[in-house]
Design a protein around this ligand. Structure first.
Ligand code: SF4
Length: 283
């Protein structure tokens, strides 16, 4: 193993311990798009499978979404040559996305939702206990900033999440890995990367701008990415304005709720702590 592989492997192991991503007896469906991150994810999980003090297994799954020019043979040949258990699922979501999304808009939101639904079903068919996705630390940071800047929400990508219907557990073992390291690993190991622009989606300009902003600020402050990632693990609810969360945690002392209210407000049955502030800007 190269030094880079060792470092990335330690990083994945750290995430697994921190968030209980891999557990004894797990059968992990590894989502393979053919991009550098998905190859890195499968490779690192395979290395970990060989070294972990408990047994778990992997099954790589690629959803062939019917993108024009998708090189169908690349992934099966690569996976078979390395002895991976794998499944290729053919579902033409591309036609659905093209017919539903207005011209000029990015396809990604609908495309990834459809793909996720397919993966959830395939995971059940294959008896997988977890679904591993290849999002890395830079995705986590960019998603945090996108939500802050454009959605008014303080959230990012969870390292481990049970699906709404309770059937699946999604994990992100690369949450602590830098994208630049995964790109370097892809070069070192000559992964046969499948281009991600076959779908013909418009570029997500907001994400692109956030990426550029982080890169620019990162040149001034090399600790910037690390600090943003650390902030997600260092949350102080006492210093936030989420009244619901504060109520759940019992952070504010109970007081006579009517003390500061006018007549109409005082008659409302909704607890003061659960009322949302009005947005400053009309939406
Ligand atoms: S880049 Fe293309 S394939 Fe990837 S999520 Fe967006 S629309 Fe789907």
């Amino acid at each position: 193993m190269t030094r880079l592989e060792k470092r990335l492997l330690a990083t994945v192991a750290r995430a697994s311990i921190d968030f209980r991503l891999l557990e004894p007896g797990d059968r992990v469906l590894v989502a393979m798009s053919g991009g550098k991150d998905s190859y890195g994810l499968l490779h690192l999980l395979h290395r970990l499978e060989q070294r972990a003090p408990f047994r778990f297994s992997l099954v790589a799954v690629n959803v062939d979404q019917g993108h024009p020019g998708f090189p169908k043979n690349v992934l099966p040949e690569w996976l078979a040559a390395r002895g991976y258990e794998y499944r290729i699922v053919e579902e033409d979501t591309h036609s659905i996305v093209k017919s539903k999304v207005p011209a000029g808009k990015t396809y990604c939101s609908l495309c990834s939702r459809l793909r996720r639904g397919i993966l959830y079903n395939v995971a059940c068919e294959l008896g997988a206990t977890k679904i591993a996705l290849g999002h890395h630390a830079d995705d986590v940071i960019e998603t945090l900033l996108l939500n802050l800047f454009y959605s008014g929400q303080l959230k990012s990508m969870p390292p481990r999440l049970r699906s709404d219907d309770g059937r699946n557990v999604v994990i992100r073992p690369l949450v602590y890995c830098a994208e630049a390291d995964l790109a370097e690993l892809a070069r070192e190991l000559a992964f046969p990367i499948i281009p991600c622009d076959l779908c013909g989606s418009q570029e997500n300009l907001k994400r692109k701008r956030i990426k550029a902003l982080v890169a620019e600020l990162g040149r001034e402050n090399p600790k910037l990415r690390g600090n943003l990632l650390a902030a997600l693990g260092n949350v102080r609810p006492t210093h936030l304005l989420d009244a619901e969360l504060r109520a759940q945690l019992g952070l504010d002392e109970a007081r006579g709720q009517d003390d500061f209210l006018d007549g109409d407000q005082a008659r409302s049955s909704e607890p003061l702590l659960l009322r949302r502030p009005q947005p400053l800007v009309a939406t």
